[in-house]
Design a binder for this molecule. Sequence first.
Ligand code: FES
Length: 107
Amino acid sequence: MPKAIFLLPDSRQVEIDVPVGTSLMRAAADHGIEAIVGDCGGNLSCSTCHVFVDTPFVDRVPSPSATEDQMLDYTAVERQPNSRLSCQLVMTEELDGLVVRVADRQV
Ligand code: FES
C-alpha cells in the first residue's frame, strides 16, 4: 500500500499507509492527525485541510480544480505555489512516498 509522510507543525513526522483512492485528509483523520481539521468532510467548502506538497511531488500530483484553486485563497496560512487542500489529494500507487507539510494553522 502506498505511503504518505506528513510533516506536522510540532515537527513530528508521521508516515501513514494510505489506501489507493483515499484522500490524504481522510487518511490523516483516520490516524488522529489533528493538525488537519477537515471541517467540511472533503466537500471543498472549509479550506481547513491545507498542506504544502514537497518539491519532488509538486509536478506529480494532479493540478487543482478551479474550485480548489478558489478555496486555496481562504486558507488560514497564506497559500504558496505548492499549497493544496488535502481532501483533494487522492492517493495512487504512483504517489507512494508523497511528502506533505501541514500548515501551521487551519483556522
Ligand atoms: S476538508 Fe474542507 S476543503 Fe478540504
